[in-house]
Structures are given as C-alpha cells and as structure tokens.
Design a protein around this ligand. Structure first.
Ligand code: SF4
Length: 386
C-alpha cells in the first residue's frame, strides 16, 4: 500500500494537529490523570455513553471504587447499582470481570495486546488506554478519527471493511505522533468531535485543511460513504405489567437487549387483541393463572431499524403463581441491568393514574382494551406443573 502522505506532510499535520489540540482540545476530567485504571474506566463508559453524561458519572464511580482491587472485590450488585442509568450493563460486568482477572493473576496490562485480552476491551479501547496511560505509540481509531482521516484521504470506502478501511487505518498509524501518542489520539478524537463533524464540518477552522483532499473536493461530507439506510419496520407488542406488594415481575429480555431484565412482552400479529395474545402467552411461558386487569397505556420504543408500538397491560399475578422470571422490589430495579424500554415502563407506572382504580368485570366482547379501559381476561386453562 503506497504511503498516503509524504513524511514532510505527515510531520506538518502532526505538528499542526497537536498545536490545535493544546489550544482548543476539550478539558475532560480523565485527561488530568495517567492512572491506567481511571483511564480504563473512562474509556469503557465512553463506549456507549456521551461525553456529557460520562463527565457526571466517572468521578463518582472512582469514588465508589477508587482502585482496581476495590472494584474486583466489590459485590457485582454494588457495581451494577453504581452503573445504573448508564445502560449497556455488560460493560460494567466486563469491567468487574477484567478487574478480577488482573487481581487474581497479578499481571497488570501495559500494552495494547495485553489490554486486548481482557473482557470488554476491543481494538480501539486497548489502543486508547495503552497510548494514553502507558505512552505506547499505537493509533486509536474511533468513529471520529475514522471520519476525519477518511476525509483527509478523500476515502469513501472506509466503512466497508475492505481496502478502504485498511487504507484509513494505515494512514492513522502513519500520522501518529509517536513521541506523544496519547495526546495525538485525543487530538484526532477532538478534531472529529469538534470540527470534522458528520454534518457541516468546520473546514475553515480546521488546522488540517491545507492537506485535506475531502475538503478540497468541496464535498467533505461525502467521505466516508455511509451504508444505505435500512427501511424501518414497525413491531406491535403487548407487555405484561405485574405488580404485587411493591414488587414487579421481570424476565430475561428476549426482544430489546439480551442479558437484561424486562417485563414480559409478546409480539402481536396484525389485528390481534393484546389482552388475548398476552393471556395465551402467559399461560405458555409464565404459568398458572393470571388475570388481565386492563390497559394502562402505550409506549413507543426504537431499536436499530425496529419501531415498537407497545400496549401495556396490567396483570393480576402473584409470586407463587409465576414461573420463568423473578420478582423485584420496585426500589431495587434501579440496580438491575435494564434497557431503555424497562426504564420507560417504570416511568409510566410511577405516573399518577397509570393503574386502573378497580378490577372491573370483563370488557365488552371484541373491544380493544386500549379503547375500553380496564377489562378482565382469564386464561382458559390453568397451567400445571410449573
Ligand atoms: S478540513 Fe474539513 S473535512 Fe478536512 S479534516 Fe478538517 S474539518 Fe474534516
């Protein structure tokens, strides 16, 4: 592969980028430490969470678990509680698992390859930690850097995992300022976040403009070319809200985010009545008898290309009558691994008037429960042996 820049050009780019970073780079709390553990925590939080949110949570996580050892020895439940609200809870689980591995083996990672072997750490994160915390001269290419380098090269194919990607990754390594890899990597990230944005990049304020083929083309937004948008589809669900003495019934999430908790949901065929579909689903999956008390509202939710329309139905179920799930006190749900859907459900049921005031008799035959208000639907047969 031919070098994308002459050594002279690369040297000018490195110099101008670092000068810009020292003047305009973001002042983020985790940039004031070289502690690998603290930097690692910041990089894991930043994987799926915005910088603005991480700024409010990183410090408190470190106050709760100030060292790698304290994280390794903490109960998982405490770690999950501290992670609460950040979402993508597998990150917290992996973080703790990796801390346990390091503590048990006594081998503290110090290179990209060593970090890469730990759970939850991929190519970008391992390079970011090793360059920032240990000064290892490796390029950390996140989405921001990938976009900026694609535009520098006017490379359209960077998102197709072929030669275009290889060309951009190679250019990122070529441009790396090997005497200050941590600062360089963070400078590239800031350039992509602050100037080389997906829409309307601020080329006129960019220190790399004199060398940027994308900007010279007049259409920098064309690089890299985005994959065609997949058409979204609508999925209709009925969700079971079971509350009993301040506790809620939750199951493994099979619809939105795996390994998370959710209220039970069932997909609805077109024109299916949510109460009937849910009652049948309940008999098959969660056992014994439950009474559909009525509709309590509806929610919209989106995951990737799926747009969910969800009818929420209150069920009268008791702990001794349920299988394939667990009851949790509502006050404890914030400590569980849960996605945005369950958060919406919890907000909904905490609103005044979200629960039917009484348990009325059956709704008018054929009436949709979301229109009819509270109704009663009994499964036709009792499940045994559950
Ligand atoms: S000149 Fe424009 S397109 Fe090129 S790197 Fe800078 S902001 Fe991005």
């Amino acid at each position: 592969m031919t070098a994308p820049f002459s050594e002279e050009t690369a040297a000018v780019i490195r110099r101008d980028l670092l000068n810009w970073y020292h003047q305009y780079g973001r002042d983020l709390p985790w940039r004031h430490t070289r502690d690998p553990y603290a930097i690692w925590v910041s990089e894991i939080m930043l994987q799926q969470t915005t910088v603005a949110v991480v700024k409010t949570r990183w410090q408190s996580f470190l106050e709760r678990f100030p060292t790698l050892e304290s994280l390794a020895h903490a109960p998982l439940e405490d770690v999950m509680a501290e992670w609460s609200g950040l979402g993508y809870y597998s990150r917290a689980r992996h973080l703790k698992k990796a801390a346990e591995i390091i503590t048990e083996t006594g081998e503290k990672p110090a290179t990209r390859e060593e970090w890469r072997k730990l759970p939850g750490i991929g190519p970008y994160t391992s390079a970011a930690i090793s360059s920032i915390a240990h000064g290892e001269p490796v390029a950390a290419v996140d989405g921001n850097t990938l976009r900026a380098v694609s535009r520098l090269l006017a490379e359209k194919e960077a998102l197709k995992r072929g030669t275009g990607t290889a060309r951009v990754l190679s250019a990122a390594e070529t441009l790396l300022e090997r005497t200050a890899p941590g600062d360089h990597n963070q400078a590239m990230m800031d350039l992509g976040a602050l100037l080389c944005t997906p829409r309307n990049p601020a080329c006129n304020r960019c220190p790399l403009k004199p060398h940027c083929l994308g900007s010279a083309s007049g259409q920098p937004e064309d690089f890299p070319q985005l994959p065609p948008k997949t058409k979204s589809r609508t999925v209709h669900l009925a969700a079971a809200i079971c509350l009993h003495e301040g506790a809620i019934f939750l199951v493994d999430d099979t619809e939105f985010v795996s390994k998370h908790w959710s209220v039970p949901v069932v997909r609805l065929e077109s024109h299916a009545r949510p109460d009937l579909a849910l009652a049948a689903f309940w008999q098959t999956n969660h056992g014994k008898e439950a009474t559909v008390l009525g509709a309590t509202g509806s929610l919209s939710h989106a995951v990737l290309d799926r747009r969910y329309q969800i009818q929420l139905l209150l069920l009268d179920a008791k702990p001794e009558d349920t299988i394939n799930g667990s009851w949790f006190p509502l006050a404890r749900v914030s400590q569980l691994e849960r996605g945005g859907f369950l958060n919406k459900v919890l907000r909904h049921i905490s609103e005044p008037g979200s629960r039917p005031p009484a348990f009325p008799e059956a709704a008018e035959p054929g009436t949709h429960p979301s229109e009819a208000g509270p109704c009663r639907q009994r499964p036709r047969r009792r499940r045994t042996g559950g």
